[in-house]
Design a protein. Sequence first.
Length: 479
Amino acid sequence: MMPERHNLKDSLTHPVFKQIGKVSDQLGVETYVVGGFVRDVLLGRKREVFDVDIVTVGSGIDLATKVAASLRPGLKVSVFKNFGTAMFRFNDIDFEFVGARRESYRQESRKPIVEDGTLEDDQNRRDFTINALAVCLNESRFGELLDPFNGIGDLENKIIKTPLAPEITFSDDPLRMLRAIRFATQLDFMIEEKTLEAIQSQCKRVEIVSKERITDEINKIMLTPNPSIGFKLLEKTGLLAIILPEVQKLKGRETKNGIGHKDNFYHTLEVLDRISVNTDNLWLRWSALLHDIAKPVTKRFDPRVGWTFHAHNFVGEKMLPSIFDRLKLPLNEKLKYVQKMVSLHMRPIVLSEEEVTDSAVRRLLFDAGDDIDDLMTLCEADITSKNPEKVSRFLSNFQLVREKLKDIEQRDALRNFQPPVTGEIIMETFSLLPCREIGILKSAIKEAILEGEIHNNYEEAYNFMLAKGEEMGLKAKDV
Ligand code: ATP
Ligand code: MG
């Protein structure tokens, strides 16, 4: 897996690296590539988008400006004076420059007081040993690896560990706790015991991290192949109870009169992992995480039937706006979509428990619209029963639902239903002013289509309207 251990020059093939080394030599400063880029090279991790972090023992802004000018006159450099950083994009890669620094923290903020420092100071301030590896770019030492905390060993053993005392590292900047869990999930690494214990003891500190950053890390966890790894760690460390208490409350099982119910937390995580095999859609994954969110608040015990979670889909749908708002997730059509998934998530199952009738499938298609395929994907992931006979019965019923959906869609075009006969036509036909009857007729037409009494076309709907209107005592104008 690992390329040659102490020299990475064969991995630094991008011409910008040589150029940075050359300009650094001219300026008489030492410069290194650090962080995620080095880690991912050593892991052989191929990434579509990535950024490269450059540390120089001098001015990062100065170096970035000079390197950019030497690469291509006019190459735009973004300078962040307040942070002492600068970056440019070259061949679709972001190169970020910073001067080596020393950081000290205050209790109430995760923003450090920063001073110039040595490379060693800079490595000390990094979050994990595997992110603190530095590779020299100066010509005479090009490719030389500096690994003061045995990050290489931790990469080989798949371990997330802080370079310095973990309590201090996490208390200084509690975002690192979420980063630890995110990296453990993305890379499928273990968090070293003392580091994990420190997250447990410092978890409350997460309260000083902005909601946006927290959500950013959750989303990154959410987009990994097995998001359950991250959520189990969040739960174990106490972070979940603070950042997503509603999900925390899914945990646990209760038994009454010898009847138990499943642990909805682990069930939810299983659904989330299962759906992640079939979709990269972040919002469909959020729907999986939140599909049973109202089970704890709707849970009742009925001695005749056991545990019930009545209307947990609708109650869940209503809980979502405040969760999204709190997490600074978008309150637009993304929220609406997740709400729709949560509110409809039981429909295909209920439907396939009984005989799969055309009219039930038509209603489902009408309610789900364009999101019907996503809904089916969610429902299939939701079948986590350990009973193989039950699973195969569900899945074959689902297959039947899918076939009927295809069939009905071709015939009736219900996906984005538009009434084939409009209110204006009804008014015109029966010489009506706006009144109740129009609504009654419109919904009667819709019902007739959903029940399969008529097809979804103008002619059949018009004739149905004439007959129905007459039944209601309305009189059609002579045509
Ligand atoms: P990725 O880009 O895949 O998320 P990365 O390791 O490159 O991973 P970045 O957020 O790009 O992460 O940060 C670059 C480097 O900066 C990290 O590798 C780490 O050394 C350092 N770093 C970033 N955030 C922190 C932090 N909160 N505390 C300490 N060091 C950090
Ligand atoms: Mg990065």
